[in-house]
Design a protein around this ligand. Structure first.
Ligand code: URA
Length: 233
């Protein structure tokens, strides 16, 4: 199974008895199909998810999987753990062992966790340039005030990484609850931002990632994304 994008001639030489140069002949004789279409150039790109047929035989048939889980408290954002239930333990899918997590949540944080076997997608989602909005509902030990709104909008300096957080938007819902939207995902970011005010986060719930929210997905349940959804985040 290939994990990266390759040129067609290289893919053929690595996945059949034919050589790089044989590929020209195979193309001239229309013997290769990429996603059901006759291939026409050695330069064509073959990703891990391109369906490749040669002389009626399938050389590659990997399906991308995109899944959203509503993570409960007390579940580890890992694929394996000897002591605790993992997010993967909660997923039922024939390809579940190929999946990795896009953006972990802490043990007691609940809400949206995305899983996929598509490394290009998860890299894109996690890259700072994509600036995907992640929204959290936060319950605090001390009242939240308007001062937080201004400070979070300006950014908070994190000494350890020597960075200032990106402008974040905060909606105060009640004295002790608020909704925070971030476009980055640093280690324990939400807790550290409220830590700036010595205000402990008692409960944290990720409501959405980009356009993906938990509508219709009960705690502990997961659903496959529809074909259009991965392109929207
Ligand atoms: N920020 C945190 O502090 N914890 C999480 O689980 C997610 C974001």
């Amino acid at each position: 199974m290939t994990s990266r994008t390759q040129r067609l001639d290289r893919f053929i030489s690595q996945n059949s008895a034919y050589s790089l140069s044989d590929t020209h002949l195979l193309l001239a004789r229309k013997r290769i199909l990429l996603d059901g279409v006759v291939a026409c150039s050695i330069q064509q790109k073959v990703t891990r998810f391109t369906h490749v047929m040669l002389d009626g035989q399938c050389l590659q048939d990997n399906k991308p999987v995109y899944l959203m889980l509503n993570k409960p408290r007390g579940v580890v954002s890992a694929t394996k753990d000897s002591r605790h239930t993992t997010v993967l333990d909660l997923v039922q899918h024939p390809q579940k062992n190929e999946l990795h997590i896009v953006g972990r949540l802490d043990f007691n944080t609940t809400g949206v966790v995305l899983l996929t076997n598509d490394g290009a997608w998860s890299r894109k989602l996690s890259s700072p340039e994509s600036a995907i909005t992640k929204t959290y509902e936060v319950t605090l030990s001390q009242p939240v005030t308007d001062e937080y709104v201004a400070v979070f909008r300006q950014g908070i300096y994190f000494r350890y990484e020597n960075v200032t957080t990106r402008p974040a938007s905060l909606d105060i819902l009640s004295d002790y609850t608020c909704r925070l939207s971030l476009t980055e995902g640093r280690y324990h970011q939400v807790k550290r931002m409220f830590g700036f005010f010595q205000n402990e986060v008692l409960a944290l719930h990720r409501v959405s990632v980009g356009t993906l929210d938990l509508q219709g997905v009960e705690t502990g349940q997961s659903r496959l994304l529809t074909p259009a959804e991965p392109g929207l985040v």
